[in-house]
Ligand binder design. Structure first.
Ligand SMILES: Cc1cc2nc3c(=O)[nH]c(=O)nc-3n(C[C@H](O)[C@H](O)[C@H](O)COP(=O)(O)OP(=O)(O)OC[C@H]3O[C@@H](n4cnc5c(N)ncnc54)[C@H](O)[C@@H]3O)c2cc1C
Length: 536
């Protein structure tokens, strides 16, 4: 296999005519087809901003040698399910739940999805009302509803997993569902908030057409357990749903699910997570820093992003879920709590860039819940979110502060900023200027601000008067792990309960939640068909 790498001017590699996969493909074939035999496949497009100039790097090979990267791929194959198809009850229609359902279809199993929130169309209205008026529907919001927390996200598809084959399979599925072809070769693929809902609706069409079921507005509230086996789900309206196998894909925001499992006597474990704040800058400032520009960003260059890690007192402090050209969103699930996160549309064309700035919080950082140690980190997280809501003043308003003042509160030259002098902040419903640097305990705040101080040595513009910090960024992953056995992947005390995805503590992000779901379905069906837990 021969792989080639060439450098292009970013203008050329990202200009509107080559934003679409076919155009870039045509340009590459025109110039480089003579270098390969059997056609040309683009493997990767990235930007290299190191060294003296910014350049686009395109890696390509002969298509015949690289079947796996072929964006046409194999079409998704499922069968129309017969009346006796075995059933899997999936709780939660986030990325994990939806892709678990698609995987079931490939095996001829019938997925039955129970989702507390609403379908995308209704959910969109709830989210708009939340942003406009601060009215939060506890079952239909940025975290809950069809597509889960992934629906109105940035749709970044990065993962630390190195299982390239599995990742490529998921990328191909996403392309079939309507994601742009470029995700197959971008170094940092993303889909965008405007496109994700369409993909999710199409996945539902596939699942329903094959004979699977979706039930929206269906909150699971209790389990009917018999020894080491779940017999039925008890729903919010009193309905009882008998089942054989259950996959719990409820995400990291469903605190009532952890309470339910604890009530049922099923073990849980505390899990470290990262928490902090969200910083926001004019996008143009970020472009200037990353591309070392003096003037404006050339028209066709992609908006710049960053990924920063600092070490403070032996702990990592780092940027998280950076959204170039994006917006900060209200991502709480309770009216007395405030949570921030970010998204951006596919073109990333908003004027601001935001990112979480977080540090790892482990058991030693928080008060221990002696009665229920597994809930210690969750309690801490919840208290921070409640305090933030009080500081914000209600109706989902978030506390905010000038970033300089957040880092150097005692510097007499840095004055506390009032609402008039805060830079642009994209967070709706609104922000309340306040001392956000008093939200976290001193030790954690110290890490956050020292990390920013260190970062500012490399990027002085970080602490520009236009930079705003808001928060908290408190739901980066789950504060609890639902244990499962290594091979069988079911809960150690319950043979037909499979905890999956981010809420169970086995994923952090869309791609890893999907990969975990597919792996879990494989394990479940293998056991069921080989008689492992088929005695149910
Ligand atoms: C604004 C925002 C931006 C993000 N951006 C990115 C990004 O760019 N890239 C990335 O990789 N990740 C991003 N994330 C994180 C990503 O969305 C999650 O990692 C991912 O959605 C986790 O998938 P999941 O299926 O495990 O859980 P979730 O997506 O949280 O889905 C869980 C589902 O379960 C349902 N549920 C919960 N409890 C019950 C119950 N009792 N009964 C029935 N249903 C229930 C919920 O309503 C929800 O739909 C973002 C998140 C947010 C909020």
């Amino acid at each position: 296999m021969s792989v080639h790498e060439i450098y292009l001017n970013p203008d050329e590699a990202y200009a509107p005519h080559s934003l679409g996969y076919p155009d870039l493909q045509a340009l590459m074939e025109d110039r480089y087809a003579h270098k390969v035999s059997g056609g040309l496949t683009i493997l990767r497009r990235s930007l290299d901003a190191r060294g003296s100039g910014v350049r686009a790097v395109i890696r390509f090979a002969s298509s015949s040698s690289l079947e796996a990267k072929n964006v046409q791929g194999l079409p998704f194959r499922s069968q129309i399910l017969g009346p006796n198809a075995p059933e899997l009850h999936i709780v939660g229609a986030g990325p994990a739940g939806i892709f678990a359902a698609l995987r079931c279809l490939e095996y001829g199993w019938r997925p039955i999805i129970l989702e507390r929130g609403q379908a995308v169309r209704e959910r969109r209205r709830d989210v708009a009302l939340l942003s406009r008026e601060g009215h939060l529907n506890p079952d239909s919001n940025y975290c809950f509803g069809e597509g889960g927390a992934g629906t109105f996200s940035d749709g970044k598809l990065y993962t630390r997993s190195t299982k390239r084959g599995d990742i490529d399979t998921v990328l191909r599925l996403l392309i079939e569902l309507g994601a742009p072809n470029e995700i197959a070769f971008e170094a940092h693929p993303h889909i965008g908030t405007n496109k994700l809902p369409g993909l999710i609706q199409k996945a539902r069409q596939w699942i329903e057409a094959a004979g699977g079921y979706f039930h929206f507005g269906s909150r699971v509230e209790d389990l009917d357990l018999d020894k080491s086996c779940i017999k039925a789900l008890l729903m919010h309206d009193g309905t009882r749903i008998p089942l054989n196998y259950m996959m719990l894909c409820t995400g990291h925001s469903s605190r009532d699910v952890y309470e339910m499992l604890d009530r049922c006597g099923l073990s849980l474990e505390p899990k470290a997570l990262a928490m902090g704040v969200r910083v926001e800058h004019p996008q143009e400032l970020v472009n200037r820093w990353r591309y070392r520009l003096r003037g404006e960003t050339p028209q066709h260059w992609p908006v710049a992003s960053y990924s920063v890690v600092e070490q403070v007192a032996g702990k990592g402090v780092y940027s998280f879920c950076m959204c170039p050209g994006g917006v900060i969103a209200p991502c709480s699930t309770h009216s007395s709590e405030v949570v921030t996160n970010g998204w951006s549309p596919s073109r990333r064309n908003n004027v601001t860039a935001n990112s979480g700035w977080v540090t790892e919080i482990c058991l030693a950082d928080v008060p221990l819940d002696k009665a229920r140690p597994a809930f210690s980190l969750l309690n801490f997280q919840q208290n921070i979110e409640r305090r933030a809501a009080e500081m914000g003043g209600g109706q989902q308003w978030a506390p905010a502060q000038n970033l300089q003042h957040f880092v150097y509160p005692y510097d007499s030259k840095v004055k506390a900023m009032d609402s008039q002098s805060l830079g642009i902040c994209s967070y709706r419903p609104g922000i309340t200027p306040t001392l956000l640097n008093s939200l976290y305990p001193v030790e954690i705040q110290g890490r956050l601000s020292t990390g920013l101080h260190q970062w500012a040595k490399r990027w002085p513009g970080l602490l520009s008067p236009e930079a705003v910090v808001t928060g908290p960024e408190s739901r980066t992953s789950s504060p609890i792990r639902i244990p499962r056995l290594d091979d069988s992947l079911h809960h150690p005390q319950c043979v037909n309960l499979f905890p999956v995805g981010e809420g169970a503590g086995y994923a952090g992000g869309i791609m890893s939640a999907i990969l975990d779901a597919r792996r879990s379905v494989d394990a479940l069906i293998q056991q069921a068909t080989q008689g492992g837990s088929s005695s149910l």
